[in-house]
Design a protein around this ligand. Structure first.
Ligand code: BES
Ligand code: ZN
Ligand code: ZN
Length: 512
């Protein structure tokens, strides 16, 4: 979908469908919506007064046939909800709901008002960014492995309908440049999120560590460089913990390292480390069949890191050095695989007794974190991982767990997550949790006490691989990485959670 801006009158626009908007509780539409209402002989206000369903609630849509009164065939009215509640999330969601209504109409060319611009203090650039984000996030569907393009197929999958062009129609020519900037920014942010969704939802026989490494190489451009470490390099660096997970698989491991360097001296260095388990069978601590079904998405952390770096390569214009690191391998079973009780030595010299081969994410991240600190010396170190089922038990699908060694960094990420529409809820890293990791034979075990603070146990394990004065945050995205709920801007499937929060954090994008 190509998004552009046009300075003209929406009523006369020749698109097949027009998107207009309405606040909840308003019976007499004004502005662009009012003009369309008038041209349709009060069809919208009539529905508001006499109809029974459409109330302008957030994300609600009303489709009106224009019967030739204006060039467009349909008008889609989208609810913005209550004006006092209008924030980034609402604008993004309204745009997503509207574009999905248009997909159902099977139209190809759509024109839209710029929702929210001029309301309160919402700048046109922000409104355009959120419109672009919402439209591209909402119309997303995983279609990579479907063949055929027949009408019957589109019928079966209404969201598969590709809208070719979305035109933002604005009357004020002075806003054009700002809207174009917003469209560009929003499109890059949403496209990166959709890439993360594709990578996470695609199957593990396609998305191998080698596949992810190729992707990372493809996205390196402009100021972003890419280095791939092969098995032999990883051995040379002494990453015994990472390699122990990988050796049970026929797929070779890859360590991906992408770097963005600003032209001048960087203000600070932020390093992102993502868990890249391209399939998690559990290893010899084998998962039951139902728990294994979705484990192709256990590389969401790596996908999010790669996709964030892609957006940074495209956006540029950032005075921070950003490193994206992803240890990638499979967790499988064969004659060489980790056995419960095996003891391995991590890159930082610590020994780990693997009491559960299914707690493999922390084993690969341990070396990823050591590598990041030794090679980059970051000011801020952030890892994200689909690390524990316990995090889903604690927080459900509505929030990721956040824990770390620096409150300011934790607050910064949580704050960026708000306008991004991604929640992070703090979990503790109490000293006492260390007791859970006591081993009789090695420096630590990899899996804590069953049924007790599983996400914090994961965090406290990772903390063993973080230098004492390192600012570090761990994000457990096991819950939000995948959704069964169909939210307008987060369709069912892989969500790409983290991409927006990282980009909002790095680019200091704040709430409206
Ligand atoms: N990849 C899983 C965590 C997970 C579970 C993510 C469900 C998404 C949905 C991770 O590698 C794992 O298996 N963790 C174990 C840890 C335990 C053995 C300490 C778990 O959660 O059971
Ligand atoms: Zn596991
Ligand atoms: Zn896992």
């Amino acid at each position: 979908m190509k998004i552009n801006v046009e300075i003209s009158d929406i009523v006369q626009n020749s698109a097949e469908a027009l998107i207009v908007n309405l606040f909840e509780g308003v019976n007499q539409p004004a502005g662009g919506t009012g003009a369309v209402d008038k041209a349709l002989g009060n069809a919208i206000s009539d529905e508001l007064t006499h109809g029974k369903t459409f109330k302008g609630k957030l994300g609600e849509t009303l489709v009106i046939s224009t019967h030739g009164k204006i060039p467009a065939r349909y008008v889609v009215v989208v609810g913005l909800g209550k004006p006092e509640k209008l924030k980034s999330l609402q604008l993004r969601r309204a745009s997503a709901a509207a574009i999905r209504a248009c997909q159902k109409l099977k139209v190809n060319r759509v024109a839209t008002l710029l929702h929210g611009a001029g309301i309160g203090n919402v700048p046109a650039e922000t409104a355009a960014r959120l419109l672009a984000e919402g439209s591209l996030l909402g119309s997303y569907k995983f279609t990579l492995r479907k063949t055929g393009k027949t009408e019957a197929e589109k019928e079966a999958a209404p969201l598969g309908n590709p809208i070719e062009a979305l035109t933002i129609v604005e009357q004020d020519a002075q806003k054009k440049a700002a809207i174009e900037t917003g469209i560009r920014m929003g499109s890059i942010i949403a496209d990166a999120t959709n890439l993360a969704r594709d990578l996470a939802f695609d199957s593990a026989n396609y998305v191998t560590p080698t596949f992810l490494a190729k992707k990372a190489q493809e996205i390196s451009q402009n100021e972003v460089t890419c280095k791939i470490y092969e098995q032999a390099d990883i051995e040379k660096m002494g990453m015994g913990s990472f390699l122990s997970v990988s050796k049970g698989s026929d797929q070779p491991p890859k360590l991906i390292h992408l770097t963005y360097k600003p032209k001048g001296t960087p203000k600070k260095k932020v390093t992102l480390v993502g868990k890249g388990i391209t399939f998690d069978s559990g290893g010899y601590s084998l998962k039951p069949a139902n728990a294994m079904e979705l484990m192709k998405d256990d590389m969401t952390g790596a996908a999010v890191v790669i996709s964030t770096m892609k957006a940074i390569a495209e956006l540029g214009n950032l005075d921070i050095q950003v490193d994206g690191i992803a240890p990638c391998c499979e967790n499988m079973v064969n004659g060489k695989a980790n056995k419960p009780g095996d003891i391995v030595t991590a890159m930082n010299g610590k020994t780990i007794e693997i009491n559960n081969t299914d707690a493999e994410g922390r084993l690969i991240l341990a070396d990823g974190l050591t590598y990041a600190q030794q090679n980059v010396h970051p000011d801020e170190l952030i890892d994200l991982a689909t690390l524990t089922g316990a995090c889903i038990v604690a927080l459900g699908k509505e929030a990721s767990g956040i824990m770390g060694t620096n409150d300011e960094l934790i607050d910064g990420i949580r704050h960026a997550g708000e306008p991004a529409g991604e929640r992070f809820w703090p979990l503790p890293l109490y000293e006492e949790y260390k007791e859970m990791l006591k081993s009789d034979v090695a420096d630590m075990i990899n899996s804590g006490s069953k049924g007790q603070a599983g996400s914090s146990a994961g965090g406290i394990f990772l903390n063993e691989f973080v230098e004492p004065d390192q600012k570090w945050v761990h994000l457990d995205i096991a819950g939000p990485s995948y959704t069964d709920r169909d939210v307008p801007e987060v369709p069912k499937g892989a969500t790409g959670v983290g991409v927006r929060t990282f980009l909002y954090y790095l680019y200091s994008i704040t709430e409206i």
